[in-house]
Design a protein around this ligand. Structure first.
Ligand code: SF4
Ligand code: MG
Length: 334
């Protein structure tokens, strides 16, 4: 699979007081490959939504690059593009938002909502827009004859289909989905997840899937990136993350996932101390104050994200040793 989006050292600082700012996204680097689903997980406030918004240029980044390679084209840094070049790539990188209730303007018709990204990036006539909107509504399972209706007349699941149609109407390559199903009922979640998977297969889409529900993540992802305090602390193939995490924070997140198999019980691991404020950043490993394995070295030296095995990245000084203990030793047989 070829690289499609190469995120390099992406940083977004937020100012919290006159002389105090902190990076909500802190020098994040990763590569998204054509046709894959990479999920970004982590507790709320870890910077995953901010990362998604920076990538689609919904908010400005402080520094870093979002290098995009269009199919058959040359790599460009999306963050540096202006005017027509910006609009061209804007069409290719679209976002689906969490809340289908608040993300749709209640005073706009479904037609106006779905056509908006096309209006912003092309000069299509009204008739062309209508044709495009009808086509995409049918594709996401909405009745195209409902295009003059307003969002309030649709159910939660249908509203999220409107949000998906809006993201897909420009024929994008990359979709950043920020908690795309979190606000929906569980039964509706499965429908929307399966719709996203079908659309990916049909249209060859590449997904950056931001989520906190790890059972959905395990089902949908090829690879998983774990974020903590604005940094990626582990990145690996989904099966590797779930079977043998190489970062203590991943291990903690996984220990909280309910196990469907009664023979495999994971002991819930509770991190030490308090949930840290994003503005207070310890000098060594950012996770050290909460880590059960922390040593003196951890409090002094910040580990960087490194490849600890082919295709597996961890930002822990002891990633190799941790693989020996891992979750296997923490599970008990009922
Ligand atoms: Fe824990 Fe040290 Fe690894 Fe940080 S580097 S996660 S403190 S063991
Ligand atoms: Mg969020």
């Amino acid at each position: 699979r070829s690289p499609m989006l190469r995120v390099e050292q992406l940083t977004r600082e937020f100012r919290v007081a006159k002389n105090l700012s902190f990076p909500a996204v802190d020098e994040v680097s990763f590569t998204l490959h054509q046709g894959e689903t990479l999920s970004v997980v982590g507790e709320s406030g870890c910077g995953k939504s901010t990362l998604g918004r920076c990538i689609v240029r919904g908010i400005e980044s402080s520094s870093g690059e979002v290098n995009y390679t269009p199919p058959g084209g040359e790599e460009v840094d999306f963050l540096k593009l202006k005017g027509r070049d910006f609009k061209q790539v804007r069409k290719d990188i679209q976002m689906i938002f969490q809340d289908p209730f608040s993300s749709l303007n209640p005073r706009h018709t479904v037609f106006e909502i779905i056509a908006e990204p096309l209006r912003a990036t092309t000069n299509m006539s009204k008739a062309e827009l209508r044709g495009k909107v009808r086509e995409i509504m049918a594709k996401v399972g909405l009745d195209p004859s409902h295009l003059r209706r307003y969002p309030h007349s649709f159910s939660g699941g249908q509203r999220q289909r409107i949000g998906i149609a809006r993201a897909l109407v420009t024929n994008p390559q990359v979709i950043v989905a920020d908690e795309a199903v979190s606000a929906l009922d569980v039964s509706i979640q499965a429908q929307i997840i399966n719709l996203l998977r079908d659309l990916q297969e049909e249209l060859g889409l590449t997904y950056l899937f931001i989520a906190h529900d790890l059972s959905i993540v395990e089902y949908i992802s090829d690879r998983v990136a774990v974020m903590y305090l604005g940094q990626i602390v582990e990145l690996a193939e989904t099966s590797a993350i779930f079977s043998s995490p190489r970062h203590p924070y991943t291990e903690i997140l996984l220990s909280a996932v309910p196990q469907p198999d009664p023979d495999v019980r994971r002991k819930r691991i509770v991190p030490k101390g308090e949930v840290p404020s994003p503005a207070s950043r310890p000098p060594g490993c950012l996770f050290a104050p909460r880590c059960h394995y922390a040593t003196e070295r951890c409090h002094e030296e910040r580990p960087s994200l490194r490849e600890v095995e082919e295709g597996r990245f961890s930002a822990c000084h002891y990633a190799e040793e941790l693989s020996l203990r891992g979750l296997a030793q923490l599970s008990v047989t009922a």
